[in-house]
Write a protein that binds this ligand. Structure first.
Ligand code: SF4
Length: 406
């Protein structure tokens, strides 16, 4: 049986254990680099001071000078100070498609995280350049599935005779290398909106699915929406030999879930749901499918970021909502709907810390460098990886369309 190593941690990394027990290594934000991580390096530039009172004017002026050559994308979880400069806002997939729909924009400044910028680079033309204002803006979930680990896991499946009828499916929130792996093995990418359709497609072609990297989205979709039992799902731990599973467990599983999770959505617990129901009688609990299974099971409604936004938009005045997703988005929803009672599901602050690396000083710096004719922090995916990742993305786009998971 194949044994494979754990992710490399450099001297500036700290290890910690997430609630569900996945050990991971994190760079101190903005410092150093780790070749095995999707996180990048410290900013090479001369950043303006965060206290500079002219930052908003400078960002505005740089945008104006660049005109149609520039297109700024803003993920829903971004800070207000940054999102105000976005030409379009959305979830990761919507933003990548928006970039592809603007072939005349020479520079795509992606206010999101690294894997999103990679997807934009894959879907846009060679002439377009994708820029991530701070290379330290990674995604802890994407980092939980390194390509070397996934290739080793596939070797394990081959050794036990389980690879042949296994279809790999990866969540959009994964590195380009993982998307490329999935494309090479005739699988596909999914989003939180189309995970059920993606799994249905996969089960028409195989007996089991290797679902990367978010165990919760995989489990919630299979059990809550497709009628599988929890016992049909096994958890593959890349830090243990053979994933910590026996050959029989791997052969009999319907869903082999990668041991990854979102460090933001993983914070919500069943206690949060019970607590808010006690405090606010009649409250509707609305959560993202990256939340743990027991949270999703206890919620009233479950859906993607876009689903959460449209549900709150359509909710009647006077209704109360406890929302389990990233705090910047929940705060903006609450501000946009003063006629509704909108609250955060957890009592403690829960930002996506890596997404929040993109702040106004980094945005101003990246834009002003473009004005000066210098492209900084460009994100590129090598042609071979991009080719296979594109196959996996195109397969997703070819899925029959429905509105949403809920
Ligand atoms: S919210 Fe979670 S999945 Fe999204 S970028 Fe942050 S860590 Fe990654």
């Amino acid at each position: 049986m194949t044994t494979f190593g754990t992710a490399t941690a450099i001297s500036t990394a700290t290890a910690f254990s997430e609630p569900s027990g996945t050990a991971t290594a994190l760079l101190l934000l903005g410092r150093g680099s780790d070749a095995s991580s999707e996180r990048g390096v410290e900013c090479p530039g001369d950043l303006p001071a965060p206290s500079d009172p002219t930052l908003v004017d400078r960002a505005r002026a740089a945008k104006q000078k660049l005109g149609d050559r520039l297109f700024v994308l803003g993920h829903h979880y971004q800070r207000d100070e940054v999102i105000q400069f976005a030409d379009v806002t959305g979830d990761s997939f919507k933003l990548a498609r928006e970039a592809a729909a603007r072939p005349d924009a020479e520079f795509i400044v992606f206010c999101g995280v690294h894997f999103m910028a990679e997807s934009a680079d894959i879907l846009t033309s060679d002439a377009q350049r994708v820029i991530l204002p701070d290379l330290a803006a990674g995604c802890s979930m994407a980092d939980m599935a390194a390509i070397s680990q996934v290739e080793a896991a596939w070797d394990v499946l081959e050794e036990v005779g389980a690879a042949g009828m296994t279809v790999p499916v990866t969540y959009m929130n994964s590195t380009a290398a993982i998307k490329g792996f999935v494309g090479r093995h005739d699988g596909l990418v999914c989003t939180s909106s189309n995970a059920k359709r993606a799994l249905t497609w996969a089960f028409e072609r195989g007996q089991r699915v290797l679902f990367l990297p978010d165990q919760h989205l995989g489990r919630n979709t299979a059990v809550r929406e497709m009628g599988f039992d929890l016992e049909d799902c096994v958890l593959y731990d890349p830090h243990k030999p053979g994933g910590g599973l026996t050959a029989q467990q791997l052969r009999e599983a319907k869903m082999i879930l990668w041991r990854g999770h979102c460090s933001v959505h993983g914070r919500f617990t069943l206690d949060c749901v019970n607590d808010v129901r006690n405090r606010v009688p009649g409250v509707n609990v609305l959560v993202h499918p990256e939340c743990r299974h027991e949270v999703v099971t206890a919620a009233d409604q479950v859906g993607s970021t876009e689903y959460i936004i449209s549900t709150i938009d359509a909710a009647p005045a006077g209704s109360a909502w406890a929302v389990g997703t990233e705090l910047n988005l929940v705060r903006r929803l609450a501000n946009a709907h003063p006629d509704k009672e909108i609250m955060f599901l957890d009592r403690t602050v829960c930002y996506c810390s890596t997404m929040n690396r993109i702040d106004l000083p980094h945005l101003v710096w990246a834009l002003e460098e473009l004005v000066a004719g210098r492209v900084v922090n460009q994100i590129t995916v090598d042609p071979d990886t991009a080719h296979y990742a594109r196959l996996a993305l195109d397969q997703m786009l070819a899925l029959p369309q429905t509105v949403s998971v809920d």
